[in-house]
Ligand binder design. Structure first.
Ligand SMILES: C[S@@+](CC[C@H](N)C(=O)[O-])C[C@H]1O[C@@H](n2cnc3c(N)ncnc32)[C@H](O)[C@@H]1O
Length: 510
């Protein structure tokens, strides 16, 4: 099957926490979809790219089985090399066109993920992919889908389309062609008093941002003749026909609309959507209100016995953790009056008091909150707290930190830390207790690597080779192995006392 996908350069490795099973399960639970959250499950990432998300999520769930499918052989090679160098054994990368996959190629799945793919396919292939995903899921299985949507994509489609056309007439590597095409478009629209700019006032700013981005990313993101901004209602219909129902967005803030919207806007939206009776209409209004240009959606394949789905949440293995501590009123008071819901309502205190000192099993918490108010009201409060970042979820009760004791690192953790030194930006690090990854700054990774591995020379060689740039606490770049050693022995002292206990509590190291 032919494809308009770029193949001559690699899509940069990215990590998407929305794809983690715990995140998908938590959002499902907050919308009344009952799915037990257990350690053994099957998961496939369709169009997994270089497999960073898949490999690191797999490291959080050693008992589960993960599959990544991609047609780009360079992506699959890098993904296999990374997983094997980090001893992540429960993930298999398959070089294939997912549109040609047959039932039986993979075991039936509990989870599917598709990111950066759907809105880059023509309609006919989108529908085929939706059917392949639905056919591959077990009853009750969930799919996390990321795509470019309308109306937020509208403003960029004209310049992206023109740049794609111009790049198609040039020769050379995709990344060079798209950068030169974007520069050409930018050059024209920088002209003063251009009629185009009057009706497309954001185009110039957007092109500037694109030209500052990684050219390899642009080669995949823009240089694709099939790429379009699709409407949520089209996607929901394509998935409905394939047998999957829309549940919610995987971005928590979007699910707390209209409660966390400005009151007048919330009233207007509720009146147009007739009190949110039609979830598809409601989602399009949310897209309009926030000018959404991309979405992360959760679709679920119904159970044969649909009565199961409306049962109260009796989730096993999903814990709610408080992120606001004992004094949790502050952040809510600051927002009160500016949003449609009364965040000072005692129901919010009741929920946050329950998790002020530690995690609580999700089922227990939801049941306690339901007494009196009902299950839907309880979930609505939890959705707002999740959207505000005042609660999070974990796959296990978190451990007490062991203070300044020497942490124990597994061989896998040592390898992941070491590999991550290639990158200057914060890098995801897997936590089995959280069931997701925690972003670690370069400073954390450098110090942890020096504690985990004796071979400081090798770490320094990797940092030097990649030019990642470690800075002392005074902000000066460290330029030699001697200074690197001196920096580490000093920095470790403060790190053990201040940072390590937090990381241990998050389950990063025992
Ligand atoms: C933009 S990248 C996204 C990678 C990754 N999912 C992420 O979000 O970082 C899209 C990936 O989908 C792959 N892809 C596109 N169409 C495909 C197909 N028909 N079969 C297999 N892989 C495909 C591409 O090779 C590419 O690696």
């Amino acid at each position: 099957m032919t494809s308009a996908y770029t193949r001559d350069v690699s899509f940069p490795a990215t990590f998407s926490p929305q794809q983690a099973p715990i995140h998908i399960s938590a959002v499902a639970a907050l919308h009344g979809v009952r799915r037990d959250f257990k350690g053994r499950f099957t998961y496939c990432d369709y169009g997994c790219g270089q497999g960073l998300t898949l490999a690191l999520v797999a490291a959080c769930y050693p008992e589960a089985q993960f599959f990544g499918v991609d047609m780009n052989s360079a992506h699959i090679e890098t993904a296999r090399a990374f997983a094997s160098s980090c001893s992540i054994e429960n993930v298999e990368f398959i070089e294939a066109d997912f549109l040609s996959m047959n039932s039986g190629d993979l075991p039936l799945l509990d989870f599917a993920a598709v990111s950066g793919v759907y809105s880059w396919l023509p309609a006919e292939k989108r529908r085929r992919l939706a059917c392949i995903i639905a056919g591959g899921l077990k009853d009750g299985g969930a799919c996390a889908l990321q795509y470019r949507c309308m109306p937020g994509s509208a403003s960029r489609l004209t310049t992206d389309g023109l740049a794609t056309f111009l790049a198609g007439r040039a020769s050379g590597a995709s990344s060079a062609r798209i950068v030169s095409a974007l520069s050409a478009v930018s050059h024209i629209i920088d002209a003063p008093d251009l009629a185009f700019n009057k009706v497309n006032p954001t185009a110039r700013e957007h092109l500037k941002e694109q030209l500052a981005a990684d050219p390899d990313y642009l080669a995949h993101d823009i240089l694709n003749a099939d790429y379009a901004g699709v409407w949520f209602h089209q996607v929901a219909e394509e998935f409905r026909r394939a047998g999957l129902g829309f549940v919610a967005q995987l971005r928590p803030q979007m699910n707390a609309c209209p409660d966390l919207l400005e009151p007048q806007l919330a009233r207007r939206m509720s009146s147009v959507a007739e009190n949110r009776n039609d979830p598809i209409v409601w989602q399009e209004l949310v897209n309009l209100a926030v000018n959404a240009g991309s979405r992360w959606d959760l679709f679920v394949k119904p159970h044969g016995d649909s009565s199961d789905e409306t049962e109260p949440d009796v989730l096993q293995g999903l814990f709610v953790r408080g992120l606001a501590g004992r004094d949790h009123k502050g952040p809510r008071q600051a927002l009160s009056g500016r949003v449609a819901v009364d965040l000072t309502d005692p129901a919010f205190d009741f929920a946050l008091d329950m998790v002020a000192d530690g995690e609580v099993a999700f089922g227990l918490m939801a049941n306690r909150m339901s007494v009196g108010a009902g299950a839907e009201a309880a979930r609505r409060i939890l959705r707002s707290l999740f959207a505000l970042g005042l609660i999070g979820f974990s796959a296990a009760a978190l451990a007490e930190p062991r203070g300044a004791a020497n942490p124990v690192f597994s061989a896998q953790q040592k390898r992941i830390l070491f590999e991550s030194l290639r990158y200057e930006k914060p890098q995801p690090f897997p936590s089995r207790s959280l069931g997701n990854c925690v972003p670690l700054a370069l400073r954390d990774r450098v110090i942890l690597t020096s504690m985990a591995c004796e071979n400081v020379e090798a770490a320094w060689a990797l940092i030097e080779e990649k030019g990642a740039g470690v800075r002392s606490d005074g902000g000066r770049e460290i330029m030699s192995l001697e200074r690197f050693r001196a920096y580490l022995s000093e920095a470790q002292i403060g790190f053990r006392a201040e940072r390590l206990p937090d990381l241990q509590r998050l389950g990063l190291f025992c």
